[in-house]
Structure formats: structure tokens, C-alpha cells
Design a protein around this ligand. Structure first.
Ligand SMILES: Nc1ncnc2c1ncn2[C@@H]1O[C@H](COP(=O)(O)OP(=O)(O)OP(=O)(O)O)[C@@H](O)[C@H]1O
Length: 254
């Protein structure tokens, strides 16, 4: 995946600090997300990737500055940040397991915005076929599709997706990758991901976090084509396309 031409950033994060229960988790994160393509947020386990996206969404107390399209959203509560056009797919997927697929989608729909059912069903035909099925009975991959579909239903300006392939079997990872690439044609994506093959397939830019700070920013392909740098920043022992987390025992394999 080649780098996109320079453009003004859609999201700008400056000097983000998060302190939780005495731990200084984010120590001045600076990053930008351009107005198109996929920006991958990478890093070893526990370096602060999820905390970064939660801080952007106002889900954890933080200091610093966050601007969406130039507008300062730092002081806004989470529901306003979401309403300003950020679709969030959390690590735990956040679907309502007792509700059907159709009900999950309906609940995600923001008033005043035309729901994009056509786009969501084109991307994930199974969501249409399984409309009356309880979300809790879907496979891990299907739940990920539902969670992503919920975020894509509204005409968002940015999609923030946290580890969509965690625990999924390789075949399902491929499906998620296809969907993410297709979604990114419509809306820019900030993607937390540990599967480097998927990052290589979909990401234009890579932002690497280490110990609560951004330590590298650049075209994703440049980083992944440099095994030494990839190993240094991400701790990958072998090839750059290798998955560098989630041992097989954690997989749902469905
Ligand atoms: N609510 C919390 N209370 C205390 N410590 C926390 C809390 N949330 C996160 N942390 C700690 O902050 C650090 C960063 O966590 P975070 O989940 O952001 O990392 P990550 O890079 O997303 O990791 P992973 O790849 O394993 O998901 C970790 O050491 C974690 O234990």
C-alpha cells in the first residue's frame, strides 16, 4: 500500500497525557490522521494504543489537545465527540448480545443522519441475512462485522477501530481486511492492529507508540519493508508480515 500525498490532517492530537491510578500511561502523544486512507496505530503490548484511542474519545481523563477538522474537541463529552463524526469500534466490539443484528444496527443510528444500510449490507451481506439472529450467537468474525457495520451506518468523518482481528481465525482476518480496505475508500480510519499482514494490506501510514509516546511516524510500507526497524519498534522476531501478538491459544478460530 503506497503513501498518500500530503494533505491537511483530519485529526490532530497534541501533547496527550493520561494518568490512571498513579500510572503515567500516555506521556505526551502527538499524532495526526489524514483525511483519507488508513493510519495504523502500532506498538508492542501495553504501550498505550488503546488508551490513546480512548483518550481521543474522552473515555479516560486526559490533558492535551485534540482537534477534529481544526475544531478543538478536547473539552467535549464523549457523546458529543461521537456526534461530531467519529465512529468507534472498541476492542470488545461493544455489540448488544441479547439484541438481534437488526436491532443493534437500528440502535447505532444517529438521529438526523441518513442511515447507510445499503453501504453496510454491501460490505457485510451476512448482516442482512442474519438480521433476526441474536448478536450473542454470532461468531467472533460476524460480531466484528456487526460492530464495524454499526460505526459505518452513520456518515462519520473518521472511523476508529481497535484491534478488529484479535482472536479471529486467518480466513476471517482476510474478510475483515477486505472490509476495512473497502470502508477506508469511504471514510478515513485510525486502526489499532497487531497483525502486520493486515497492516501491510490496508494501511497507508504507521504511527508507532512506545512507553506512552509516539516514536515513529511514516508510510506503513517503509516501516514494514525494513525488518530491522520493524523488529526494533515492534519486537517482531522474524518476517515483517508476521503476526506479533495473540498466541494461537487466544484464537476463537471461527
Ligand atoms: N484503567 C486502567 N488502570 C490502570 N492501568 C491501566 C488502565 N488502562 C490501561 N492501563 C495500563 O496502561 C498501559 C497501556 O495500556 P493499553 O491498553 O493502552 O495498551 P495497548 O498498547 O493497547 O496494549 P495491547 O496491545 O496489549 O492491547 C498498560 O500498562 C495497562 O496495564
Amino acid at each position: 500500500m503506497s503513501a498518500l500525498p500530503a494533505q491537511p490532517p483530519l485529526l490532530r492530537v497534541c501533547g496527550l497525557h493520561v494518568r490512571i491510578e498513579g500510572s503515567h500511561i500516555l506521556q505526551g502523544v502527538d499524532l495526526t490522521v489524514p483525511a483519507s486512507g488508513v493510519t495504523a496505530l502500532l506498538g508492542r503490548n501495553g504501550v498505550g494504543k488503546t488508551t490513546t484511542v480512548k483518550a481521543i474519545l474522552g473515555l479516560v481523563p486526559r490533558t492535551g489537545e485534540i482537534r477534529l477538522d481544526g475544531r478543538d474537541i478536547t473539552a467535549s463529552p464523549t457523546h458529543e465527540i461521537i456526534r461530531s463524526g467519529i465512529g468507534y469500534v472498541p476492542e470488545d466490539r461493544g455489540v448488544f448480545k441479547a439484541l438481534t443484528v437488526a436491532e443493534n444496527l437500528r440502535l447505532a443510528h444517529r438521529r438526523g443522519v441518513e442511515p447507510r444500510y445499503g453501504f453496510v449490507h454491501e460490505l457485510f451481506p451476512e448482516l442482512k441475512q442474519r438480521a433476526t439472529q441474536a448478536a450473542g450467537t454470532l461468531s467472533g468474525g460476524q460480531q466484528q462485522m456487526l460492530a464495524t457495520g454499526r460505526a459505518l451506518l452513520n456518515d462519520n468523518r473518521l472511523l476508529v477501530v481497535d484491534e478488529p482481528t484479535q482472536g479471529l481465525a486467518p480466513r476471517v482476518v482476510t474478510e475483515v481486511a477486505e472490509a476495512m480496505a473497502r470502508a477506508a475508500q469511504e471514510v478515513p480510519v485510525l486502526l489499532v492492529e497487531q497483525n502486520l499482514a493486515l497492516v501491510r494490506r490496508v494501511a497507508h501510514r504507521a504511527v508507532v507508540v512506545d512507553a506512552g509516546r509516539v516514536v515513529h511516524t511514516g508510510p506503513a510500507a517503509d516501516l514494514l519493508d525494513d525488518p530491522g526497524r520493524t523488529r526494533e519498534l515492534l519486537g517482531v522476531a522474524k518476517g515483517p508480515a508476521q503476526r506479533f501478538a495473540a498466541p494461537a491459544t487466544q484464537r476463537e478460530d471461527r
